[in-house]
Design a protein around this ligand. Structure first.
Ligand code: SF4
Length: 333
């Protein structure tokens, strides 16, 4: 018998995606490079959240970290130096249904991309921005970056970096409309995963500074942090990050920090003697650019086409008797 709808419905089992489903090309980062840990934590998040690869996009600029999209089996855009954020914003505004992640190095974000970084914070569009901060330009062979500590010898400052390093946390916390700022180190995988997860669930622009080892060019940069767990300060709070007992026992310095307290977040960001790890600031009430720019104010396809045709007509040369002949200002004669 024909026409019974129920007979035609196929019952598909929901597909479960494993880590392999998010694995892109084989990583070409140096052995021991901290970028590998960031990649693993991100793939784990994608698996745990069961993000559809066809609805997920990773955007990057230029640098070692910028190879990230190649190593994810999702959509990706390996863009221009310093321009990862505006590219990601373009993706976000046109395709709000996609999960957007951004991977930038310290040169990419804090040097050539600084203006984009400030305005991305201010626009507060929903995405996760990861700053892989290895304190050096790795891809271009050990040039000084804005976050290189003063005195560190690089190929462009052979007698030592002249300036005090820029503090990406303080800079981000100083921008109007900031809504999420966190810091973590890549060598504690569970903390790294937890912070990326919190950032993913935040509705707005989530900025994570990840301290990342570059064993090729600055092998000793974080050795004192690695050998002395007391140099890390874990930020914990019911509205912040959960810290499991094992990590809590190894890293004994904790602070109960309410992430809605912006003034305290700024003080924590400026700590010189300890490295804070966790969520410094979170505020979900900050308006997002994509919500303010209401869809009803956006032109329809027909309106866009009409405007385009009018714009093209301005430059057209038409015969005298043509119906569309104009006066050069897009107006009919
Ligand atoms: Fe990683 Fe440094 Fe090698 Fe770049 S140069 S891949 S940052 S270890």
């Amino acid at each position: 018998m024909f026409g019974l709808k129920s007979q035609c419905v196929l019952d598909f089992e929901e597909e479960y995606r494993t880590l392999d489903d998010y694995q892109g090309r084989l990583s070409r980062w140096c052995p021991g490079c901290g970028d590998n840990g960031i990649l693993s934590a991100t793939q784990r998040l994608c698996r745990d959240e069961q993000l559809p690869p066809e609805k997920t996009v990773f955007v990057s600029g230029i640098g070692c970290a910028a190879r990230f999209p190649h190593y994810m089996n999702t959509y990706g855009f390996h863009g221009l130096h310093g321009r990862a954020l505006p590219t990601a914003q373009g993706v976000r505004i046109r395709r709000p249904d996609l999960h957007v992640f951004v991977n930038m190095g310290d040169g990419d974000c804090c040097s050539i991309g600084t203006a984009h970084w400030i305005h991305a914070v201010r626009m507060n569009m929903n995405m996760v921005a990861m700053l892989h901060d290895n304190n050096i330009y790795g891809l271009t062979k050990k040039q000084v970056s804005p976050t290189t500590p003063q005195g560190i010898r690089t190929n462009t400052t052979p007698s030592g970096a002249y300036l005090r390093a820029l503090n990406p946390l303080s800079a981000t916390l100083g921008v109007t409309n900031v809504s999420f700022v966190a810091q973590v180190v890549e060598w504690i995988p569970d903390l790294l995963y937890e912070v990326i997860k919190k950032a993913f669930h935040h509705k707005g622009f989530s900025f994570i500074r990840i301290l990342q080892r570059c064993p090729h060019f600055l092998p000793d940069l974080y050795s004192s942090l690695l050998s002395n767990p007391d140099k890390l300060l874990l930020l914990r709070h019911d509205d912040g990050m959960e810290i499991n007992d094992t990590i809590g026992r190894v890293y004994k310095n904790h602070e109960e920090h309410d992430p809605s307290n912006l003034n305290r977040a700024r003080e924590i960001a400026e700590m010189g003697d300890m490295v804070p790890v966790g969520i410094l600031y979170r505020n979900e009430s900050v308006a997002r650019y994509e919500d303010l720019r209401k869809p009803q104010r956006m032109p329809t396809w027909e309106q866009k086409q009409e405007r385009l045709e009018r714009a093209f007509d301005m430059f057209g040369i038409f015969p005298e008797d043509s119906e569309v002949s104009g006066n050069g200002n897009g107006e009919g004669s």
